[in-house]
Design a protein around this ligand. Structure first.
Ligand code: GRF
Length: 203
């Protein structure tokens, strides 16, 4: 069976992308797509010999979100990806995105959804005084940060934690969970039923 073709969406450093590239087993990254040029994640893709594409968010007019979303989806479809992994991707995508490529989408969030959803999950958990936060890998839907949960793991919040220090510990967990989630998907072992994800036994 040929390896699962994975498209990875990025916006910045690409620490999640790095882990996904290093973890390639039963899947292969065939596209790295960024919503902005000149980010480190695109350099990582180039070093890994993976095609990188920029669909520049600022390049779209009044129908911005819909047209941007359609363009992103088309780029994914052109690479014949069987799975999309949003990895540090910071744009909210419209239905046109899902319609254009038609394949499952995963996302990683640096908190234990549904807690601390949104663009500042780490900062919000710290500000709230949470004692425990964590990482969530989920299937992404039009409803941001609300898709079926694939994997979660808790990360303790330390009294002297800065946002950066806590986020680094969370990222390490995200990286491990994401690679495992992609491999399970590649093996056909993730089944979504009634909004819940069941991990099927191996073999
Ligand atoms: C991760 O914590 C991810 O959940 C959040 O950004 C961080 C990774 O960014 N959205 P990157 O992969 O280093 O660009």
């Amino acid at each position: 069976m040929s390896a699962l073709r994975v498209a990875v969406l990025v916006s910045g450093t690409g620490s999640l992308l790095r882990a996904i590239l290093e973890g390639q087993d039963r899947y292969e990254v065939v596209l790295v797509l960024s919503d902005r040029p000149g980010v480190e994640a695109l350099e990582r893709a180039e070093r890994a010999g993976v095609p990188g594409v920029v669909v520049d968010w600022t390049g779209f007019g009044t129908q911005r979100r819909a047209d941007f979303s359609a363009e992103v989806g088309r780029a994914i479809a052109e690479r014949r990806a069987g799975l999309v992994c949003q990895a540090g991707f910071m744009r909210i995508l419209a239905q046109e995105y899902f319609d254009a490529h038609g394949v499952p989408v995963m996302n990683s969030h640096p908190a234990l959804l549904p807690a601390f959803s949104g663009a500042h999950g780490v900062r919000d958990a710290l500000a709230y005084g949470a004692k425990v936060t964590g990482a969530t890998i989920h299937f992404a839907t039009l409803d941001v940060d609300h898709g079926p949960v694939i994997a979660q793991e808790a990360v303790e919040v330390r009294p002297d934690d800065s946002e950066e220090a806590l986020h680094e510990r969370i990222k390490a967990v995200e990286q491990r969970l994401y690679v495992e989630a992609i491999r399970l998907f590649a093996q056909g072992r993730l089944k979504v039923e009634g909004g819940r994800v069941h991990v099927l036994p191996a073999g």
